[in-house]
Design a binder for this molecule. Structure first.
Ligand code: NAD
Length: 306
């Protein structure tokens, strides 16, 4: 099913109960080769870490990891920020599992997978137009992953210009509410759906020099919990994934010293990979997730302490 993994051992764990349930696992207990490690870290269409950030990024060797295989055939997914590092890994993971994936992003990105619409998520009219277009073309929205975001300037709060912290809140929090306000009525009417909002470790711990970003992320967590309660009776699950530092340009653009300090704060002594975040997201979007809603799932390599 996943061609680059075809030589790894695959075994059935349960017969398929519904179309999007986890069906099998890929055993990765064998030592992986360098080529496998690269695809592990960056997902399809990703960049090599050496290009993003020479020498200092710890390479995850992938040994012993087990990846579930899902069937999303017939499902339509929207991934905002799907041109970015984490979003692109989510798009690849959902597309590989058979979903029809729509990317809503400001940036053009890699258009090899999924249908791409250039949308500024802070603009209500643009989101309304994108939603109408999707419903006209695909007729359904089963999955929404809100992964668009920006870190903003990495400075103490009183050095952050008001227009800059407003922009950070606008993209990271208001953007999520904006997209949900257009997609939720459809999911509620259909009485099915999965929404995953990408929050951050910053929401739980508060990160110095990222005060507005931390505030927006805290808002995403609270919004997730509130919306989940409103929708639980309609078969729509809403969850949040809160990654620690992940190897994307969002982090590597901060420069070697900041990245090194993040790595030193990591109990696993490394950055996470986009595919490690995508793995949790895809489970939350699947029918294999049946009793989790309104929850926050840390993907922080053990850094998030509560
Ligand atoms: N990388 C990390 O370490 C990390 C950690 C915790 C949380 N996150 C969160 O994960 C999400 C994805 O992060 P990433 O690392 O992939 O970042 P990224 O910069 O690689 O991708 C973000 C994407 O969002 C898009 N975007 C930004 N503003 C937009 C707007 N107004 N309208 C539409 N699209 C817009 C960008 O064009 C980009 O493609 C973000 O919400 C980020 O806050 C990232």
């Amino acid at each position: 099913m996943i061609s680059r993994h075809h030589h790894w051992q695959t075994r059935l764990i349960t017969p398929p109960i519904s179309s999007a349930i986890a069906r099998s696992v890929v055993d990765r207990s064998r030592p992986s080769t360098a080529a496998h490690r690269d695809s592990e870290i960056f997902g399809l269409g990703g960049s090599r870490s050496e290009e993003l950030f020479p020498a200092r990024v710890r390479i995850y060797d992938g040994a012993g990891r087990v990846e579930a295989v899902y069937d999303f055939s017939g499902r339509t997914a929207v991934v905002t920020g799907g041109a970015g590092g984490i979003g692109r890994a989510i798009v690849a993971r959902l597309a590989t599992a058979g979903a029809s994936v729509w990317v809503w992003d400001l940036a053009a990105g890699d258009r090899s997978e999924g249908m791409f619409l250039q949308v500024d998520l802070t603009d209500s009219e643009q989101v309304a137009t994108a939603t109408k277009r999707l419903l006209k073309d695909a007729g359904r929205i089963d999955v929404l992953v809100n992964s668009a975001g920006t870190l903003g300037s990495y400075v103490p709060f009183d050095q952050l210009a008001p227009q800059e912290w407003r922009r950070i809140i606008d993209v990271n929090l208001v953007g999520v509410l904006e997209v949900c306000s257009h997609v939720v009525p459809h999911m509620r009417a259909e009485r099915r759906g999965r929404i995953v909002n990408i929050g951050s470790l910053a929401a739980k711990q508060g990160l110095a020099n990222l005060s507005a970003y931390s505030s927006a992320s805290g808002g995403v967590v609270a919004f997730t919990k509130a919306l989940a309660q409103e929708l639980v009776g309609f078969g729509v699950f809403v969850n949040c994934v809160a990654p620690g530092p992940i190897n994307t340009t969002l982090i590597t653009d901060l420069g070697p010293d900041v990245v090194e300090s993040m790595i030193k704060s990591s109990p696993m002594n490394r950055l996470g990979s986009p595919s490690e975040v995508a793995e949790v997201v895809v489970w939350l979007c699947s029918d294999a997730c049946t009793f989790a809603t309104g929850a926050v799932f840390d993907v922080s390599g053990g850094r998030a302490a509560y």
